[in-house]
Design a protein around this ligand. Structure first.
Ligand SMILES: Nc1ncnc2c1ncn2[C@@H]1O[C@H](COP(=O)(O)OP(=O)(O)OP(=O)(O)O)[C@@H](O)[C@H]1O
Length: 258
């Protein structure tokens, strides 16, 4: 077995007396797509926040490629390879779609805002940004200002920015939430492609059963902040612990059928 890309060890956070994430120990392998499920308030988003660094842990560690990143800020973790789908506030709303992607491509190329960068490299960065926009089917909207994009297209742009960042671990929190039936498949295809073609590790918080069935290699179930089950989808869905945890409703009872 290869070394895990990402590991959490006894990861815990308390809010006052409430333990929102309770000693979660889990390892994620390269190329593996894990769906994180559980009822409302189970701690899924908080677990994500602990991994990406939005909130500090009360106890436990997060390791990326074997290195302890528990003390690092969000931006340090992003640079280290944790790519969480951008919140809309991370997009530059008054810039065009192309400009938003090109800024990330530029930052990744190490050139930053170098005013002396050559015309050729500017052309190359534009081409790289356009290639990404083509992948996410946003090339037609390249000159549109971000604030004028539809919700679905803004989500696609978030995926484009993540692709430009090319992190080792992609994190998506309900990536198709609020998307139309026409828009959602494009984003799901992109996530599938990340896993299959680029062998990236993907973590997905998801309520929709059809999305999980299509994409997940593995499901972890959080219940009251603790890891209640972990394994291949069919096994987890059928497991006694999951059936009992949801009082006979089974996992299907807490997932939405689209
Ligand atoms: N900053 C905070 N301060 C206090 N309590 C919090 C904070 N963030 C989360 N919680 C609590 O921690 C628990 C876990 O919340 P979390 O949002 O992680 O659940 P979730 O599984 O993502 O739920 P949902 O499916 O509804 O998004 C909840 O009881 C929530 O109220």
């Amino acid at each position: 077995m290869t070394s895990p890309i990402l590991e959490t060890h006894d990861l815990t956070v308390r809010f006052g007396g409430h333990v929102a994430v309770d000693a979660v120990t889990c390892a994620f392998q390269p190329g593996e797509l894990t769906a994180i499920v559980g009822p409302n308030g189970a701690g899924k988003t908080t677990y994500f926040n602990l991994i990406s660094g939005q909130i500090p842990a009360s106890a436990g560690t997060v390791r990326l490629k074997g290195r302890d990143i528990s003390g690092q800020s969000v931006s340090q973790r992003t640079r280290a390879g944790i790519g969480r789908a951008f919140q809309l506030t991370n997009l530059f709303p008054n810039l065009s779609v192309l400009e938003n992607v090109r800024l990330v491509v530029q930052a990744q190329s190490g050139k930053g805002f170098n005013m002396f960068s050559t015309a050729a490299s500017h052309v190359e960065m534009t081409e790289a940004a356009e290639a990404i926009l083509m992948r996410v089917r946003l090339l037609e909207q390249r000159d549109q200002v971000v604030s004028e994009l539809s919700h679905g297209n803004q989500r696609k742009l978030e995926v484009a920015l993540l692709i430009a960042l090319d992190p080792a671990v992609y994190m998506f929190d309900e990536p198709t939430a609020g998307m139309s039936v026409d828009e959602a498949p494009v984003v799901l295809d992109l996530i599938a492609e990340l896993k299959e073609h680029t062998h990236r590790t993907v973590l997905l918080v998801e309520h929709k059963m059809d999305v999980i069935a299509r994409l997940a290699d593995r499901i972890i179930v959080l219940h009251n902040g603790a890891l209640a089950a972990d394994g291949p989808p069919a096994e987890v869905i059928a497991s006694d612990v999951v059936q009992e945890a949801y009082m006979g409703r089974g996992l299907e009872g807490i997932l939405e059928n689209a």
